[in-house]
Every structure is written in structure tokens, then in C-alpha cells.
Write a protein that binds this ligand. Sequence first.
Ligand code: PEP
Length: 253
Amino acid sequence: MKQTLIAGNWKMNNGLSETKALIEDLKKIEIQDHCEVVICPPFVNLGMASQLLQGFNIKLGAQNMHYQDKGAYTGEISPKMLKDLNATHVIIGHSERRQYFGETNELTNKKTGAAIGHGLRPILCVGETLAQREGQIAKKIVRRQVIEGLKDIRLQSGEEVVIAYEPVWAIGTGKTATNDEANEMCEFIRQVLSELFGDNIADAIKILYGGSVNPKNVDGLMSEKHIDGALVGGASLKAEDFSRLIHYQVVRP
Ligand code: PEP
């Protein structure tokens, strides 16, 4: 059975002492084999997080990276640097990076390719704005983000990449897509992935939902057929909440 993935995006939260305290709390959580768990602290705390997590079943991810190995790119971090810190995952093209830092599908494509090339698993974020949903072009936008983000990328198994469907209107707003809305878009993404890579690889690619996932709505979302996990912002900052997400219960109607 495909492992699910619960990934915490800490965003620009938690200094050194808060990072240490939260990780010490997370280390007490029992993690079962069917669920892969990743936390993505800010860059400056990745080194300490990497040391604290040694020997524990929680993986480390970054929130962004440059696509080059090294060079004159002031303020940037390379995939090689993340590998040195034992990071396994990296969030690419989060809507906040697209919105505030002008990241385009072309850039997410370069970053996704570079991450895979270095053995990091990109969590490629896609999702429509409220205006796009209301204008009935959500699928068109998401389709383009998937196709352009994965342009010229070859996959052997599908495990090399993760897609996170994050409707922009649901991120940090407390508004969650309904289970049906989230599942419908994740199913649509899987169809697009099938067109690109064939059914077997598309089935193996984890598709996460993200957008105000919390202890109250996680069970319903995780019970949907095409949702393989969650990318979580706010609720990943408290060990108790994150633990509840990791221990989601599948509820069949
Ligand atoms: C996110 O940052 O990817 C996210 C989904 O945030 P939140 O859970 O706070 O909506």
C-alpha cells in the first residue's frame, strides 16, 4: 500500500529555541509505518533540526531552494547544501513564493528538475486563487502548473516527486476546500499525471491536499481516494495538533 505523507511547513516561524522545543515534542510522537512525516523549518534552523532528528522517524525538508549547485546567487541555498544537511524533501512553488516572490511555472520547473537530480523529493505546490475558481478556470490553471512544472522531467517510479494541491484561498485562511472539492482536484491532477507519465507512475505519485488542514477536518480529507497526504502550515506549529494529523483516522462513509 502507498505510504501517506504528512508534511509540516513552518514558514517563517520558530527561532532556535522554539525549533528545539517543538522538535523535542515531535520526537515523542509514535509514527507508524504507513505514514511518512516531514517537517520543513526555516533554512537557518535546518542544521540543528537535522542533528536533533538523527535516529528518529521524522524527515527533514526545506521550504525552497535555488536550482543551481553553487555560484553568485546572494541569499540563496542550493540543493547540494540541503543534501549535506540530510534533507529529503523540498517544497517548490508554494503559493506564497509565487505571490510574493514572483515564482513562475518555468522557475518551479527548473527547481523541480534540480531537486530530483540531487535525490531530493520536491513537493511541487499547485493551486488556484479564489478569482480563478469563481471564474471557472481552476482546472485550467492547475493543469498548466502541473504540466509546466514537470516539463521535460523523467520519472522512473513516481516516488521521486510529490504534488501538493493547495487552493490559494484556503491557505492560512481557516477556509478548507470540502472533501469533495479537494478530492475532485486531486483526481484531476492524477489524470494529468497519467497523460504525462502513464497510469503506473501517476498512481505512485503522492498527491497531497493543503489549505487549513487541522485536527477537525483531517480525517475526512485523508479518507478521500485521491488524497495521499497533507501539506500543513498553521497546524504543524503545535506538537499536539501535528500529532493528531499524523494519527488521522480513515472514515469510510
Ligand atoms: C501551507 O502553508 O502550505 C498551508 C497549507 O498553510 P495552512 O495549513 O496554514 O493553511
